[in-house]
Design a protein around this ligand. Structure first.
Ligand code: ATP
Length: 492
């Protein structure tokens, strides 16, 4: 009873929104989800490693996306293209000329800032100081100057507003310059002969350059889609938001090839489908919102983001873009290969239009973690108590079942191991015999294990165990031979 009440009370979380983000970051480190890259050398900025439970969580999310975008669709297939691509790809895609952000350097600290982030932070401070109208005016001016690519005007705005560098405290700024976000490297062993190539900044181009290969070998008929997951690299300047913005990250993208003229209806279709997918993660709809792009990217005729309410505010997790025939047309022009499709229904050749759904895997991990992370006060009049629980949907949880013998003797570990042997081909199981059962439950709560089974002396007599449910903390006695079935039902 107390436990149930405590569970309901848990909705009033102990961490405030301000420190919740920090609490999640610490929890991820302490429980083996996410570590800073090369931490023993003081880390590498905006690069992270997934630990034992983080990599399971990430893989489960990726598999769930992959299955829903390929196996459960009749007309979408997946590919796995290389990270390195011919350098002309990035000329054709527009990344060499357009994939850049306006930056400004402080001459004293040598620190580089993205101008929009510098001005936004200034506007934030104004708002906090009660000067809302002034803040809005600065942002409106910035939008207008950025839209006109008026970099002298932007510099003047920064100077007139007396914006200072957080490190040097001075306003000694360079001119505003465009800074390309692509990483480049050399292909080939002899430096002079080697050609410069890029680490891909998005996975989408691997799909476009394989459009004909897949369409022909798969005998695909428009409308059809090609899905892909994989690493992407961007030399991000503002990189202080944990795995929200990384320099090496993973994307899950799908390009849906359609007949020109049908883009509006398919755009609406994929907006709705992708939102359904998000809601199927057990996250309520009020945590999401659509944000329509006003200033469209060079390739788009409509675009929106699906934003999630992170502890740091509503931010983009996924983009849905109506990309017209921009990419295929440009690849046709640069490669001199026809990127056309013959549509037998209307007896016409055309370059298909494309609707893209593009979601960041790491941002989705952060979203799932942010929603799952709960601090609960379990105190009773007799005793102070609390727990941290990660209430992942069971299908995404790193470990599905922990099997815990009550003691290390009397044959209980052997029974526990037999249960694990029977279940481990089907889902991830974990064995632990150290510490009291209460402590072991808490450790499993902290890494989000939805089911714990305790083997005790009664098990030897009647072949039953106690199953304990993570979210309600309720326990019930079930026969050993029912365990696999109970869990499998919950993880599809
Ligand atoms: P942002 O405006 O936040 O920089 P974007 O609009 O440039 O993102 P897209 O190019 O549309 O992002 O990429 C699609 C998805 O890839 C994003 O919705 C996001 O989830 C993910 N993503 C993009 N950049 C990063 C990054 N640096 N780190 C982690 N995920 C990223």
């Amino acid at each position: 009873m107390w436990k149930m009440q405590a569970y309901l009370l848990s909705l009033s979380t102990m961490a405030t929104d301000n420190n919740r983000f920090q609490a999640i970051i610490s929890h991820c480190k302490e429980y083996g989800f996410i570590f800073q890259s090369s931490e023993i050398y003081d880390g590498l900025s905006a690069v992270y490693d997934y630990g034992q439970w983080g990599s399971e969580l990430k893989k489960n999310i990726k598999d769930y996306w992959w299955k829903s975008m390929t196996q459960l669709q009749e007309n979408i297939v997946g590919i796995d293209a290389a990270i390195f691509m011919h350098p002309t790809t990035w000329k054709a895609s527009g990344h060499v000329d357009n994939f850049s952000d306006p930056m400004i350097d402080n001459k004293d600290s040598k620190k580089r800032y993205r101008v929009d982030h510098l001005i936004e932070a200034y506007a934030d401070d104004l708002e906090k100081a009660g000067k809302k109208e002034e803040a809005e005016a600065v942002l409106a001016k910035m939008d207008q100057l950025l839209a006109a690519s008026d970099f002298d005007g932007i510099k003047k705005l920064i100077e007139d507003s007396k914006i200072k560098c957080g490190i040097s405290g001075t306003s000694n700024w360079t001119d505003v310059r465009q800074f390309n976000l692509m990483f480049s490297t050399q292909l080939g062993s002899v430096t002079d002969e080697a050609s410069e190539i890029y680490l891909r900044p998005e996975t989408a181009q691997g799909i476009f350059v394989n459009f004909l290969n897949v369409q022909k070998t798969g005998r695909m008929k428009v409308p059809f889609g090609i899905a892909q997951t994989g690493k992407a690299f961007r030399n991000e300047i503002v990189a202080r938001q944990f795995i929200f913005r990384m320099r090496e990250f993973e994307q899950m993208e799908m390009q849906f090839f359609i007949r020109p003229g049908t883009q509006k209806e398919w755009y609406e279709y994929w907006k709705a489908e992708r939102m359904k997918w998000h809601l199927s993660l057990g996250i309520p709809s009020e945590k999401y919102r659509f944000h329509d792009h006003v200033k469209l990217a060079h390739y788009a005729d409509a675009a929106c983001d699906i934003e999630f309410e992170f502890p740091i505010g509503f931010k983009e997790v996924e983009g849905i873009h109506s990309r017209t025939d921009f990419d295929l047309r440009n690849h046709q022009e640069y490669s001199k290969k026809k990127m056309q499709y013959f549509d037998p229904e209307i007896n016409q050749n055309y370059i298909p239009y494309v609707i893209e759904t593009s979601i960041g895997l790491d941002r989705t991990v952060l979203m799932v973690l942010s929603h799952a992370y709960t601090e609960q006060d379990l105190s009773t009049p007799e005793k102070q108590d609390s727990r941290v629980v990660l209430s992942f949907p069971p299908k995404l949880a790193p470990i599905k079942l922990a099997v815990l013998p009550l003691t290390k003797k009397d044959g209980l570990p052997e029974i526990a191991r037999e249960i694990i042997d029977n279940c481990k081909p089907y889902f991830y199981c974990f064995y632990e015999e150290k510490d009291t059962i209460g402590k072991r439950y808490r450790r499993m709560d902290a890494i989000g294990t939805p089911f714990c089974v305790t083997v005790d002396h009664q098990t030897k007599e009647d072949q039953t165990v106690t199953i304990r449910y993570r979210d309600t903390m309720e326990q019930e006695r079930v026969p050993i031979n029912k365990i696999k079935e109970i869990i499998e039902k919950q993880i599809i």
